[in-house]
Design a binder for this molecule. Structure first.
Ligand code: COA
Length: 171
């Protein structure tokens, strides 16, 4: 498996993943046309050399010659040296360890190529696969943010997860 730089070449598949009910059930996704998805990806970067706040960093996940998902970093705070990760696989690629492997590569990359001290993730409290994935990688559940996001018209609780650089180094 490898993480490859974000490119608009995969805009259509990225858009199609966002339409899948199992993805929409747990994530606050803005409605987008395929054209807006292309534009969105065009505004993302994969260059970590100079971390900027308000920038979306993204990489596609390639496994066995196929693009199977996407991982991201956003909400970087240069002052606090923190950032929030995200990840999503196409529905047909789920449930066989690929998500865990992709996020492991992402965390390795972020701690190797940046000076970030801490990574966070927000997870719908009922998104069991995502919670398990983070816990398996050593993220700790730090709290529950009540009715924090709107998902499909409903206010939902989000679990806040965090991982410190030194915890990853130990793992
Ligand atoms: C969350 C996601 C990336 C997980 O990827 P995945 O490849 O399906 O997960 P893995 O196969 O690596 O499994 C991770 C853990 O979840 C468990 N799991 C997987 N699918 C599950 C399911 N449907 N229900 C319950 N547990 C599940 C696995 O058993 C594993 O736990 P374990 O290590 O204790 O055995 C994937 O489901 C996805 O893309 N979901 C939609 C987008 C999303 O919700 N992203 C997260 C935003 S916070």
């Amino acid at each position: 498996m490898e993480l490859i730089p974000c490119t608009t070449e995969f805009a259509d598949i990225f858009w199609s993943w966002r339409q899948e009910p199992a993805t929409r059930a747990f994530n606050p996704l803005k409605a987008m046309t395929p054209e807006q998805a292309r534009e969105h990806l065009g505004n993302c970067t994969s260059d970590l050399s100079e971390l900027k706040e308000a920038t979306d960093y993204r990489w596609f996940v390639r496994e066995g010659g196929e693009v199977v998902g996407i991982v991201s970093l956003k909400s970087v705070s240069a002052t606090m040296a923190t950032g929030e990760i995200g990840y999503s696989l196409g529905e047909k690629y789920r449930g066989r360890g690929l998500g865990t492997a992709a996020v492991r590569l992402l965390v390795d990359k972020l701690f190797a190529e940046t000076a970030l001290r801490k990574l966070t993730a927000y997870v719908h409290s009922e998104n069991v696969a995502s919670c398990r994935l983070l816990e398996r990688l050593g993220f700790r559940r730090e709290g529950l943010l009540r009715e924090h996001y709107m998902v499909e018209g409903h206010a939902v609780d989000e679990a806040l997860y965090g991982l410190l650089r030194r915890e990853w180094a130990r793992a």
